[in-house]
Design a protein. Structure first.
Lengths: 110, 378
């Protein structure tokens, strides 16, 4: 078992390209869920273009607490009745926080 | 028993599919030096050759024929097979749920014309929501293969068509980190040209591939993959690998790694894979906010068959994935325990279990699953 390698606080960029490439595509856009291949609930997150297609429904710019894309990742969202995502394995808290920051800062690129 | 198993998997099959399995690298070095010792494909997985059928019969609990549907003889130019899989069990992500779903409903057909063959896996696939009528069936793999020595399991192989780029250890379990995050996630087969040279002492595989132009794919990337492995003695194999994937308007991904297999004792196999991945994120809108996260992904698996006919196989593995080596708390670790029971030459029961920890030691969430899988090979 390896210990955590990173030592830096999260300074990753909050752009749609980075959020899709580093969080949504590898964790949500797999074969069973939100890839263009499957499009569960009509959503695909494997490219920025696919996310933009459903962005108005899932994201309220500047308001993560009103954005289902963020709420499905959090215990608060589950308590409100949203399903827990990803369904097959959890997301690191730092990735959930990156999605929150991206939406809070205006969802750049959406 | 055969009737009951067939009825169960067909009933589950009506619901759709959610996964497939590929190869059993646990058998390399233990039973044969190469994947082609038992499989038609140079990368392993899928249809078995005559030696593979004999091995399936010899290592199962019940002494049933390994032929297609137990007794069907086909002409030499035609080979038929297939895979039906379903799974049920408990999953915690960290929300807890009971799950039951079909995984694979596929047939395998191969037409042989001397050194050339045409291979396809027609079957059901998970549908694209909103377009189910047009997306319920496919042939996950379909390719033309030329084989330098069609009567042997070595030499030069050339494939053109739709298949998984040959890369890494190629475990059947697609949640394994070195598959899920290792460049060969579930259903990442795509169109490409593959060249392989397989000898008992070494093998080299090179694949060039493009994003599937016909269906909406799981992977949208164009690229190339290289995998080379040498057996420095009959009990030790070392491999190197590299892959480049370019996803238009998103990123370029560079992946390099090593693999190793060591036979400890008579049949205790230790194998591992470690990859470094660098992703260059593109932003063609304004060039701002790009990044180049470097990732580390690895797996280490200890496998041992046991039982009178080696009808049981146990895998104990660990995995590590860090999605950005520079940022703290983006790492995840897992412990996997898989137990395979080869009931007869066609029926396999598998217990898949995992405990997973994110940001181990720093308060991240835990997860896990315990799943019972049934596999019927036609």
């Amino acid at each position: 078992m390896l210990a955590a390698c990173g030592t830096t606080d999260d300074d990753r960029p909050t752009t749609i390209e980075y959020v899709v490439s580093s969080v949504l595509a590898p964790n949500c856009a797999n074969a069973q869920c939100h890839s263009a291949f499957r499009q569960v609930k009509g959503y695909a997150f494997d490219t920025p273009e696919h996310l933009k297609a459903s962005g108005d429904v899932l994201v309220t710019k500047g308001e993560p607490e009103l954005s289902s894309l963020y709420l499905v990742l959090t215990p608060e969202g589950v308590a409100m009745g949203f399903p827990q995502m990803p369904y097959d394995q959890p997301l690191p808290n730092a990735d959930i926080e990156l999605v929150r920051r991206w939406i809070a800062e205006g969802a750049d690129g959406l | 028993m055969r009737t009951l198993v067939i009825a169960f998997v067909i009933a589950m099959g009506l619901l759709g599919t959610a996964g497939v399995a590929h190869a059993y690298p646990q058998f390399q070095l233990v039973r044969d030096q190469t994947c082609t010792g038992c499989h038609i494909s140079p990368s392993g997985g899928g249809m078995l050759n005559e030696n593979g059928l004999n091995a399936a019969e010899a290592m199962s609990q019940l002494d049933h024929s390994a032929k297609f549907l137990y007794k069907v003889n086909t002409p030499k130019w035609l080979q038929l097979s297939g895979d039906l899989r379903a799974v049920t069990g408990f999953i915690q992500t960290p929300e807890q749920a009971f799950v039951a779903f079909p995984m694979q409903i596929e047939t395998n057909v191969r037409f042989v014309f001397g050194a050339f063959s045409l291979y396809a896996t027609p079957g059901l696939r998970p549908t694209t929501e909103g377009n189910a009528a047009a997306t319920f069936a496919w042939a996950r793999e379909h390719y033309v293969m030329w084989q330098q020595k069609p009567e042997e399991s070595e030499g030069l192989y050339v494939r053109l068509g739709r298949f998984m780029p040959t890369f890494g250890l190629r475990f059947a379990e697609h949640p394994m980190y070195t598959r899920r995050f290792g460049g060969t996630q579930l259903f990442s087969e795509t169109y490409g040209l593959g060249v392989a040279y397989v000898k008992p002492r070494y093998e080299v595989h090179a694949t060039g591939f493009i994003a599937d132009p016909i269906i909406d794919p799981v992977e949208n990337a164009n690229g190339a993959a290289l995998y080379a492995e040498t057996r420095i003695d009959p009990r030790t194999a070392l491999g190197v690998e590299g892959m480049v994937k370019v996803t238009p308007d998103l990123d370029k991904q560079y992946r390099v790694g090593v693999t190793a297999k060591k036979l400890l004792g008579k049949d205790l196999l230790l194998q591992g894979e470690l990859q470094f991945v660098n992703t260059l994120v593109e932003n063609k809108r304004n060039g701002a906010g790009t990044g180049a996260p470097t990732q580390l992904v690895g797996s280490l698996v200890l496998s041992k068959p046991f039982g009178k006919n080696d009808q049981f196989l146990v895998d104990l593995g660990i995995g590590h994935f860090d999605s950005n080596l520079r940022i703290r708390d983006l790492d995840r670790d897992c412990v996997d325990l898989n137990v395979h029971w080869f009931v007869d030459s066609h029926v396999e029961l598998i217990l898949n279990s995992r405990v997973e920890m994110l940001a181990f030691g720093n308060g991240g969430p835990n997860a896990g699953y315990a799943l019972l899988q049934v596999h019927f090979r036609l």
